[in-house]
Write a protein that binds this ligand. Structure first.
Ligand SMILES: Cc1cc2nc3c(=O)[nH]c(=O)nc-3n(C[C@H](O)[C@H](O)[C@H](O)COP(=O)(O)OP(=O)(O)OC[C@H]3O[C@@H](n4cnc5c(N)ncnc54)[C@H](O)[C@@H]3O)c2cc1C
Length: 419
């Protein structure tokens, strides 16, 4: 066996495909019962495809999965501009002037982060580089940092924020992004239900061990999340070098959670497919959800919550997440209308609680912006043990496309090391 790949998410699938294309023998070991990892489409709970994890093909112009999705006939929708159909402030829709002020504040916020980054010097928290105190500043910070990046701006590296900011087209996949990633893993030599508890490594190769047995290979690519690695969900013998451990801890997992609610009748809250709702941060500590209503004309709505508020809801459990979501929606439509239009029960994602993930995607801590490249370039056991996954991509971190490219890169490096 040339290589063992640990994890069958986007990075692991891409790595295995590339290794096979290079003529290598490979075995993928996946702890869970399915392919795709954090790209997961649930076709059952809502009676329609629902992506618990990734749902947009970001930076679609250069994303390696865009041509694949098109070639396989997936239904794609470009959502380049996420204009809010309702932007709520002080319990009412924002006026055109307030909307313009919001948009200007967003532009100024991003420009300030970029300018401060371009000025060089030591890394600082994102929060220290951006405007504060204006009527929309906290709302913009909440959107770009807590929701999009899964972490509060006070703990997020400015350099990493700017380096990994996403631009260009965002394509949604009607059939579910998760179905695409899982499909690309079909036919690969994957063993499901095979958690690797310990990876022994030395100059001659690696041995992956678990309750299911042990597998010896000449090389290994580890693709599990930095949350799993930091929590000891996969142990190494000997221990990883200090600089690799430091890199893992430098790019921890943030959290984005989704709560989906289903319509209870034909009423659609007066809004059409893909309607987007958001509201102003009302006071310090307020954590508005971001909403997408009736995607593809389906009978459900999806609320997004990120950062500390999402971790807190994960601790409290799915009933708290549903209550939080209903309360947030009630600010737009009133509690009675929400109760009338949306059936009891919710589907809440559980990425934080799941020991196979322990979060949604990574961010660099302040001063740790070099950790992604350090993880990508770590070549242990004479180049036979490497890391891959979204956290290892200095540009497309936190995305499926980044995970994919990272897996392909590690595979090429491993193959070269094997000679
Ligand atoms: C809510 C949410 C929304 C998102 N939205 C988007 C989006 O719109 N667009 C986008 O591009 N990205 C999005 N992402 C991020 C994207 O899903 C991830 O960046 C990407 O899927 C990560 O792939 P990966 O291969 O690096 O890791 P993973 O998908 O985590 O794959 C690692 C695999 O390792 C397995 N594993 C864990 N421990 C072990 C073990 N001990 N032994 C063996 N196997 C193990 C896991 O089960 C998993 O299958 C989102 C993520 C979340 C959670």
């Amino acid at each position: 066996m040339d290589a063992v790949v640990i994890g069958a998410g986007a990075a692991g699938i891409a790595a295995a495909r590339r290794l096979l294309a290079l003529g290598r023998t490979v075995q993928v070991l996946e702890a869970g019962g399915r392919l795709g990892g954090r790209a997961y489409t649930d076709g059952a709970s809502l009676g329609a495809p629902f992506d618990h994890g990734a749902s947009w093909i970001h930076v679609a112009e250069t994303n390696p999965l865009t041509p694949v999705a098109r070639a396989l006939g997936y239904t794609l929708r470009d959502e380049r501009r996420r204009v809010r159909d309702i932007l709520l402030t002080e319990g009412r829709p924002a006026t055109p002037a307030e909307r313009a002020a919001h948009d200007d504040a967003a532009e100024a916020w991003e420009a300030a982060a970029e300018a401060r980054d371009a000025a060089g010097g030591a890394d600082i928290p994102l929060a220290a580089a951006v405007p504060r105190g204006g009527p929309w500043d906290a709302t913009i910070a909440h959107w770009f940092s807590d929701i999009i990046s899964g972490v509060g701006a006070d703990r997020f590296s400015l350099r990493d924020y700017v380096a990994t900011a996403l631009d260009g087209a965002n394509l949604q996949v009607a059939e579910g992004f998760g179905t695409l990633v899982a499909r690309l893993g079909e036919g690969l030599p994957v063993r499901l239900g095979a958690p690797v508890r310990r990876l022994r490594w030395d100059g001659a190769g690696v041995t992956a061990e678990g309750d299911w047995g042990a597998l010896r290979a000449r090389a290994a690519i580890v693709t599990v999340s930095t949350g799993v690695l930091a929590a000891g969900g996969l142990r190494f013998a000997p221990d990883l070098p200090a600089e690799v451990q430091s890199a893992i801890h430098g790019v921890p997992q943030g959290l984005l959670s989704k709560v989906a609610l289903r319509a209870s009748g034909p009423g659609r809250l007066g809004l059409g497919p893909f309607a987007r709702l958001g509201r102003r941060v009302a006071a310090p500590g307020d954590a508005p959800m971001s909403w997408m209503l009736w995607p593809w004309g389906r009978d459900h709505v999806v609320g997004f919550i990120g950062g500390d508020a999402a971790w807190e809801l994960a601790r409290q459990g799915p009933a708290a997440a549903e209550a939080f979501a209903r309360e947030d929606l009630a600010r737009f439509f009133g509690a009675a209308e929400v109760a009338r239009s949306l059936a009891p029960g919710a589907v809440a994602t559980g990425w934080a609680e799941d020991p196979l993930f322990r979060g949604a995607y990574s961010h660099a801590l302040v001063g740790q912006h070099g950790a992604r490249a350090a993880l990508r370039d770590a070549a242990l056991a004479g180049g036979r043990l490497r890391f891959a996954g979204e956290a290892c991509h200095p540009r497309l971190a936190g995305t499926v496309g980044g995970a994919w490219e990272s897996g392909e890169h590690a595979a090429a490096e491993i193959s070269a090391a094997l000679g």
